[in-house]
Design a protein around this ligand. Structure first.
Ligand SMILES: Cc1cc2nc3c(=O)[nH]c(=O)nc-3n(C[C@H](O)[C@H](O)[C@H](O)COP(=O)(O)OP(=O)(O)OC[C@H]3O[C@@H](n4cnc5c(N)ncnc54)[C@H](O)[C@@H]3O)c2cc1C
Ligand code: FES
Length: 249
């Protein structure tokens, strides 16, 4: 990991509050599940960097899919072509499991960006991959074009029924036998539901957690979560991916 100075090549609004940032990043090697800590302001207002999954690597470009939720991401949405951006990483050691031949990748909203490279690597290894992509409304399924462009099989869910099946992504587990391995990334409420449902249906499940982070490399302890043994692990350093049954959410 190191601090990279990357150049914005494109910054596109997709839909709803989701944007796609493309950064020129020659020669950076990223493993599925890893993330960057991105400097959103040079004058410490707001303070600290923000964590983003590497949504894809295409040629010399790294893609970041981001939701505008606060001041940092609002500033990001104003970046234009040619802007230089500091990004520390790639970070994260605890990554996804490649065991099993059939994989359900469950993404909630922009959380899908945490699963994209994993899906590509599974496919490269000859595994069967099905994405399950959910949001409250169709507008929140802003990464649908990425799924189509990459040619993945997918099932959509929206809570209001405006796209795909009406309901929540966890409903899918009962339709697939437990030989399918589940990996999920998204809002905490969704991850809790995946954990609970996978326990009931007997699926092995892995969760990519997106706790709030200050340093991103194990120093500040701002991102800890409790394990079932009552210990604490750092999401940025020991994670961000954990077997579902090992962490308390
Ligand atoms: C490993 C990791 C990977 C991530 N990948 C992505 C990604 O690919 N795309 C993306 O859009 N976001 C991702 N996030 C979340 C992203 O880091 C936050 O949305 C971002 O830091 C918000 O910055 P802000 O300054 O705009 O918001 P702030 O002003 O800091 O906060 C605005 C609001 O968002 C809430 N918030 C901020 N961070 C989080 C968080 N991590 N979880 C839940 N609520 C939060 C705050 O409580 C507040 O209500 C990731 C987080 C982690 C830890
Ligand atoms: S964010 Fe500082 S220890 Fe994880």
């Amino acid at each position: 990991m190191e601090d990279h100075l990357l150049e914005v090549t494109e910054n596109l609004h997709l839909s709803g509050r989701t944007w796609l940032l493309k950064l020129r990043s020659p020669g950076i090697e990223v493993k599925p599940g890893q993330f960057f800590m991105v400097e959103v302001s040079e004058n410490y207002d707001p303070m600290g960097r923000r964590a983003f999954a590497v949504g894809d690597v295409r040629g010399e470009e790294v893609l970041i899919f981001y939701d505008v939720v606060g001041r940092g991401t609002k500033l990001m949405s104003c970046w234009g072509k040619g802007k230089k951006v500091r990004a520390f990483g790639p970070l994260g050691k605890g990554l996804f499991s490649y065991e099993g031949e059939k994989h359900l990748l469950i993404g909630g909203g922009v959380g899908l960006a945490g699963l994209t490279l994993f899906g590509k690597e599974l496919r490269r290894r000859g595994k069967r991959v099905l994405f399950v992509y959910g949001g409250r409304t169709a507008e929140q399924l802003a990464m649908i074009d990425w799924l189509r462009e990459e040619g993945f099989d997918y099932i959509l869910f929206t809570e209001d029924g405006s796209a795909g099946r009406k309901g929540v992504v966890t409903e899918i587990l009962k339709d697939f036998d437990p030989s399918w391995v589940v990996s999920a990334c998204g809002p905490k409420a969704m991850l809790r539901a995946v954990k609970r449902t996978a326990k009931e249906t007997g699926h092995r499940a892995f969760l990519s957690l997106e706790e709030r982070m200050a340093c991103g490399w194990g120093v500040c302890l701002g991102c800890v979560v409790k394990t079932k043994e009552g210990k604490f692990v750092r999401v940025c350093y020991e994670g961000p991916v954990f077997p579902a049954e090992e962490v308390v959410l």
